[in-house]
Design a protein around this ligand. Structure first.
Ligand code: PAF
Length: 282
């Protein structure tokens, strides 16, 4: 399996192949089964699959989180090899992707960027939009694959494609979970055994919210989730919201015509865990 360090080498290889379907899975490395499911789908639907591995500084609003983000290139390459030897890995340094200055562009993503991650992680979506644009320009894919764990990010990428007029199909893929229900994430490797076990409460609570969805108000559900985490020793709720799946707007009243989704972020010690679950019509 070939690891390309520069976009010029990668482009030279891809140009020579004259491919009409290039699948792309952008990642920050520390790969797990969630990523592999995206890679498998990309391989099934395209002639080639490119996986990028780059921990993008401009999307972190917390220097400590950036520094502690796991970097495991050799393991990642070994894991990808278990899926296919034909995968192309693009693992650039910041200069290859950004040029001289590693800084964010500013995007007007509209209301979908204002709530949840947009409100809690300052500048996050500008950083994601910047790096994904640069990656799309470097890889020139025809389709790109993103997990629904970062559901708001997926909507942002769809908007980005619209704004920048990229001719790339954006494919959202379902959340892959650990045996205990915790959504697979590169950050899970930073959890100790007790945190990992207890973090099962996040998905358990989302499922309970879904059970109660048709018989409860949004307000009752918000209070229910707050009370669950208030009682917990070391899981701290950052936010829980129920939002319209299409607009990502949060509201107090359900409407029968809208489809809703519950979104949650919980800290287990210093580790930030994100998850969501579709609830259905209002
Ligand atoms: O979801 C991620 O891992 C990152 O936000 C992405 C899309 C690779 C951009 O750095």
């Amino acid at each position: 399996m070939k690891i390309y360090k520069t976009q010029s080498e990668l482009q030279k290889f891809l140009r020579a192949k004259e491919l009409s379907r290039v699948g792309f899975v952008p990642t920050m490395g520390a790969l797990h089964n969630g990523h592999l499911s995206l890679v498998k789908k990309a391989l099934e639907e395209n002639e080639v699959c490119v996986v990028s591995i780059f921990v993008n500084p401009t999307q972190f609003d917390n220097a400590d989180d950036l520094e502690k983000y796991p970097r495991t290139l050799q393991n990642d390459a070994d894991l990808l090899k278990t899926v296919s030897d034909e995968i192309l890995v693009y693992a650039p340094n910041a200069a290859d992707l950004y040029g001289k200055e590693v800084k964010s562009a500013h995007f007007n993503f509209g209301p979908i960027a204002k709530e949840m991650e947009g409100a809690f992680r300052h500048g996050h979506f500008d950083g994601v939009g910047t790096v994904v644009s640069l990656l799309f320009e470097a890889v020139k894919p025809t389709a790109a694959y993103f997990g629904e764990k970062d559901f708001q990010q997926l909507q942002i990428i769809k908007k980005l494609v619209e704004i920048k007029k990229f001719k790339i199909k954006i494919v959202g893929c379902e959340i892959i979970r650990e045996k205990n229900g915790l959504a697979r994430s590169s950050r899970n490797t930073r959890l100790n055994a007790a945190q990992f076990d207890q973090a099962a409460l996040i998905y358990k609570t989302l499922k309970e919210v879904k059970m109660r969805w048709h018989s409860s108000s949004i307000n009752d559900l918000n209070e229910y989730v707050e009370s669950v985490f208030k009682k917990h020793d070391f899981l701290n709720l950052e936010y829980f919201v129920i939002a319209n799946e299409a607009t990502l707007k949060t509201g107090k009243r359900k409407r029968i015509t809208n489809t809703y989704r519950a979104f949650i972020v919980v800290f287990a010690g210093e580790v930030r865990l994100i998850d969501n679950l579709e609830l259905g019509k209002g």
